[in-house]
Ligand binder design. Structure first.
Ligand SMILES: CC(C)(COP(=O)(O)OP(=O)(O)OC[C@H]1O[C@@H](n2cnc3c(N)ncnc32)[C@H](O)[C@@H]1OP(=O)(O)O)[C@@H](O)C(=O)NCCC(=O)NCCS
Length: 145
C-alpha cells in the first residue's frame, strides 16, 4: 500500500486549512466537474459527515466521507498518482469501521458506473438498476457491516 496516513475529522470541526483547500480542489476536478455540481451543493452533507483525509508527506493523496444520516460512503477520490496501490481500499476500510463503530447495519454507496468494479472488489454488492438522472450514470451498492 502507498505510505499514506489517514486522518479523521468530524463534520462539526471540518477539515483544517490548508488541507481544506487541497481537498476542495481535488473534489472539484475529479468529482464535481463531471457531475456539473459545485461544493455548495454538498454543504449540508459536508457539515454532518465525517471526513477522512489521506496524506503522503505534504501531498494530498485521497479523500472520502461517511454520512451517518444515509449511512453512506461519499466523495471517494484517490489522486491519480496514488491509484492502484491500495489507498482506495484503505479509505473504504476507514469508512466501514466508522459505520460499524456507530452500529450501522450496512454501508451504502452511490457509485459511478466506471467505479463499480472497484466497489465490488472491496466488498460491496449492487442493489437495483443503473440510474441515469444526471451527467454521470450511477448504481447503488451496499456492504453489510
Ligand atoms: C475508484 C478509485 C477510488 C480506486 O482507488 P485506488 O486506490 O486506485 O483503488 P485500490 O488500489 O485500493 O484498488 C482496490 C482493488 O480494486 C481494484 N480496482 C480498482 N479500480 C478498479 C476498477 N475501475 N474496476 C475494477 N477493479 C478496480 C484493484 O485492482 C484492487 O484489487 P486487488 O486488491 O484485488 O488488487 C480511484 O480510481 C479514483 O479515485 N477514481 C476517480 C474518482 C472516482 O471514480 N470515485 C468514485 C466515484 S463513485
Amino acid at each position: 500500500m502507498t505510505e499514506a496516513e489517514i486522518t479523521r475529522y468530524d463534520g462539526g470541526v471540518g477539515v483544517p486549512r490548508p488541507v481544506a483547500a487541497a481537498v476542495a480542489h481535488l473534489r472539484r476536478r475529479e468529482l464535481l466537474a463531471p457531475e456539473r455540481k459545485s461544493l455548495s451543493d454538498y454543504s449540508d452533507s459536508d457539515a454532518r459527515s465525517v471526513h477522512f483525509v489521506a496524506r503522503a508527506g505534504e501531498q494530498l493523496a485521497g479523500y472520502v466521507q461517511y454520512d451517518p444520516e444515509g449511512r453512506r460512503l461519499r466523495q471517494l477520490i484517490v489522486a491519480s498518482e496514488y491509484r492502484a496501490a491500495g489507498l482506495g481500499r484503505a479509505l473504504v476500510a476507514a469508512v466501514r469501521d466508522e459505520g460499524h463503530r456507530r452500529g450501522a447495519p450496512e454501508l451504502r454507496v452511490h457509485a459511478w458506473t466506471d467505479s463499480v468494479g472497484f466497489y465490488r472488489c472491496v466488498g460491496f454488492r449492487p442493489v437495483g438498476e443503473v440510474q441515469v438522472d444526471g451527467p454521470v450514470p450511477w448504481l447503488a451498492l451496499v456492504m453489510p457491516l
